[in-house]
Design a protein around this ligand. Structure first.
Ligand code: ATP
Ligand code: MG
Length: 461
């Protein structure tokens, strides 16, 4: 009956005893926990159930960061949870999770301790029998992705319960896939993306065995549902560490698995290849724009905008979209070709919705228009009157920053409405042609790579 657990963990793997870290030896206190999560934990305890803060909540609090969400695990069954929390709902097919509803649309998820992850493939595909779904605390720790995500915090005693060496890895700044990495990746390849995400976000090293397994199995990402890959990728795109993520994704092979059309460009041994430098700079600009938007509490750019931005070096390499002048009629015919290829490639790979694909291509075509119609005094009136002009101008500024490697004014990067006349905002007024702009060595220096440990595409810590 337990054969699936044996697949998840190798038979010869030692069963670790938990390390209990008392409250005086760590910095997590109940005051740091979200009020509603605390309410759930106390209510569980009051009803005689065990309740733990788990996953990213414990990881981030341990590191002194503010968690994005607070997940809770308990030994209470979904039916018992529904009775305890009337404002709740049960979700999940294979594993039942209970969502508890709070004011303003806020929800907190409570899961019953279990021995398998809902994403494990090759395991039972159907809803598991109830006696097969639930597990012990140590089993629950061992089904999780990374050791640093497998900790439990218990509010009554204030202790952290660590079955997998997660606190030591947090202390040492190490990302490690729990159990045998290759096997755990085989069961759910998305764990590779989660490993590089947390390494990038926290500037942690990836443990050698985990890194080796990721590099060897990166092509298995294609086994995952495209919409899941898209959602995971979006977390990295907007997570504030897209640039370090990109470096790890390239080195591990994950990037070319998500964006196969970048293989040829990225395989080029010349790290100063302008297209490579541009692609890397694009991720740097994305981080800068996102963090500015967060600081100023304004909307970040939508997904089609950032996706289009990432495609810039590819559409240039494939169609010379920005370096070659084309008449509008030719440009709009080319748009159909680009759209077809986008549909066939990442459209399918990441299950991008139709409107997103259309908006992406529209933005790229408009960028070409803006580049080729720019004069030393700005853009012609007919272009300024177009409904797409504002968005296209913003995209132009993003592009300019990535292309030149020179930071443009913060306010230009975060708004569609430039506060000063456009001309005065150009990083290098008086540029003659886009061709010159692209190929001038001084403009194309890899401005951001000096911050990159180990060279532009060098191996990361
Ligand atoms: P974030 O700060 O992005 O929310 P997180 O680690 O909390 O990070 P979640 O997606 O909220 O990420 O997942 C919550 C927890 O569920 C994780 O910390 C981990 O313990 C577990 N988990 C998530 N995805 C997987 C997976 N693919 N395999 C095993 N465990 C997973
Ligand atoms: Mg989380």
């Amino acid at each position: 009956m337990d054969h699936t657990k044996e697949e998840e963990f190798t038979k010869d793997e030692p069963i670790l005893a938990a390390r209990i870290i008392p409250s005086e030896e760590h910095n997590i206190t109940p005051e740091l926990i979200d009020r509603d999560a605390l309410f759930i934990l106390k209510k569980l305890a009051g009803a005689g159930y065990a309740g733990y803060l788990v996953g990213g909540g414990v990881r981030d609090l341990y590191l002194g960061k503010t968690p994005k969400d607070f997940d809770i695990s308990t030994d209470a069954r979904p039916g018992q949870l529904r009775k305890l929390f009337p404002h709740s709902n049960t979700i999940g097919r294979r594993f039942r999770l209970v969502q508890v509803f709070f004011k303003a649309g806020k929800t907190i998820e409570i899961s019953t301790l279990r021995s398998l992850s809902e994403h494990d493939i090759d395991g039972p595909q159907e809803v598991l029998a109830p006696n097969n779904t639930f597990g012990t605390l140590s089993e629950d720790a061992r089904r999780r992705d990374l050791t640093i995500n497998s900790l439990f915090y218990e509010i009554i005693t204030g202790t952290i319960i660590d079955y997998v060496g997660g606190t030591e890895d947090l202390d040492r700044g190490i990302i490690r896939i729990g159990g045998e990495p290759a096997r755990r990746i085989g069961r759910d390849p998305v764990r590779m993306m989660r490993a590089i995400r947390h390494a990038a976000r926290n500037n942690f090293s990836i443990e050698a065995g985990t890194w080796k397994a990721i590099c060897a199995h990166s092509n298995e990402l294609s086994l995952c549902p495209p919409s899941r890959l898209r959602d995971e990728f979006l977390k990295d795109l907007y997570g504030g560490a897209a640039h370090p993520w990109f470096l790890l994704a390239v080195d591990s092979g994950i990037f070319t698995n998500l964006f196969p059309f970048y293989s040829i460009i990225l395989m080029n041994q010349d790290n100063f290849d302008q297209r490579k430098v541009l692609l890397e700079n694009i991720f740097h600009t994305i981080d800068r724009a996102n963090s500015l938007a967060v600081q100023q509490n304004i909307h970040r750019q939508p997904d089609f905008f950032l996706f289009a931005f990432i495609l810039v070096p590819w559409v240039e390499a494939r169609w010379q979209l920005f370096s070659e002048f084309r008449k509008s009629s030719v440009l709009f015919q080319l748009a159909n070709q680009i759209r077809d290829e986008v549909d066939r490639s990442i459209g399918i790979r990441l299950n991008l919705r139709r409107s997103l694909r259309q908006d992406m291509v529209g933005l790229l075509i408009n960028l070409s228009l803006l580049i080729h119609n720019k004069t030393p005094s700005g853009w012609p009136k007919w272009l300024k009157r177009k409904s797409y002009f504002r968005k296209a101008t913003l995209f132009y500024h993003f592009y300019t920053e990535a292309l030149t490697g020179e930071a443009i004014a913060d306010e230009v990067l975060i708004t569609d409405t430039p506060p000063r006349p456009l001309e005065s905002l150009q990083p290098s007024p008086g540029r003659a042609t886009p061709e010159e702009e692209k190929h001038s060595p001084s403009k194309c220096k890899p401005a951001f790579s000096s911050n990159t440990k180990g060279g532009i595409f060098g191996f990361k810590r």
